[in-house]
Design a protein around this ligand. Structure first.
Ligand SMILES: [Zn+2]
Length: 317
């Protein structure tokens, strides 16, 4: 029985765990992500690994990192939310721990976990969409992670949906992420609550109540909570995100014809309130939609553990 250590490096937290061959986390630890320099981040990663190895033997390490990872699964080439650039993470962590190390994009790691142990264990072709602050994505095709020629495939959040549309965090306009992310949901909710108070008195009362009366204090979880209670405006705002998501999935279906889309991330907490509009929009936007089989849309099942579990398992592949 070989154990692997999975490390999930995000913009604010580094989470690491010892994972067995069935995808079970046997022990885990966390660190804040240092914001000074790459050396501090690497030291924090190595510290987490050493802590876990004190009680558990491990043969390999898999690191899932936010950012573009090269095709050699070694370097983080570009990471907008972290202070490193072109650091040889694999060699540095391997030298410090004496273990073989593989580096993957964090969205790839999460998708791999859902494919191996979570929502998509029964299919060979799947696409994962992680709807958090931004939109992440990854593809598993013919049972293998599809990395692309340069290791950078699956950046589905920046597929252009609307020419000259809303400004995206990436600097371009009209990306899926500018319409179907937690950030977009909050933007729309704040705007709607501001306008609704004047145009349709009462319609934003619940959202404003949750936000202490300040439309600019509305958060994504508040919108989800209100929608689940049956608030009409909140449910509409979630459905709007789902509809954009579905339109994009229709295009992805045309290209990849996957068996399943797996939806994760904080906005997926809305469940059917998000999935139903997404499914309706997807079916409307697939050519010949009434005459062909289409992908099922499923919620991710591994939650925040997916990054650790997927990175650990990819360390073995
Ligand atoms: Zn973008």
């Amino acid at each position: 029985m070989t154990h692997s250590i999975g490390v999930d490096v995000g913009g604010t937290k580094i989470a690491a765990g010892v994972v067995d061959e069935k995808g079970e986390i046997l022990a885990s630890t966390r660190r804040d992500t240092p914001s000074q320099d790459a050396a501090s981040i690497i030291a924090a990663i190595v510290g987490a690994i050493d802590e876990l190895r004190a009680d558990h033997a491990a043969d390999v390490v898999g690191i899932g990192a936010a950012g573009f990872v090269d095709a050699g699964r070694s370097r983080v080439v570009f990471a907008p939310n972290l202070v490193w650039q072109d650091v040889d993470l694999r060699d540095e962590v391997s030298a410090a721990t004496g273990l073989p190390v593989v580096v993957e994009n964090d969205a790839n790691a999460a998708a791999w976990a859902e494919f191996r142990f979570g929502a998509a264990v029964d299919v060979d072709d799947m696409m994962m969409l992680t709807i958090g602050t931004g939109v992440g994505g990854a593809l598993v095709l013919n049972g293998a992670l599809y990395r692309g020629s340069h290791g950078m495939s699956g950046e589905v959040g920046h597929v252009r949906l609307v020419p000259d549309g809303q400004l995206c965090a990436c600097g371009l306009r009209g990306c899926l992420e500018a319409y179907a992310s937690g950030r977009a949901l909050v933007r729309n909710a704040r705007s709607a609550a501001t306008k609704a108070a004047a145009a349709l008195p009462g319609s934003a009362d619940r959202l404003l109540e949750l936000a202490g009366g300040d439309p600019h204090a509305i958060t994504g979880p508040m919108v989800t909570a209100a929608a689940k209670e049956g608030d009409v405006l909140a449910a509409y705002l979630i459905a709007e995100v789902g509809t954009w998501l579905g339109a994009a999935m229709g295009s992805f279906t045309a290209i990849f014809d996957p068996a399943a889309f797996v939806i994760g991330g904080g906005v997926a907490d809305a469940g059917e309130l998000l999935l139903k509009p997404a499914e309706d929009a997807m079916r409307r936007s697939v050519t010949g939609g009434n005459y062909r089989p289409q992908a099922t849309i499923r919620l991710a099942t591994l939650g925040n553990e997916a990054g650790i579990v997927g990175a650990a398992d990819l360390g073995r592949v």
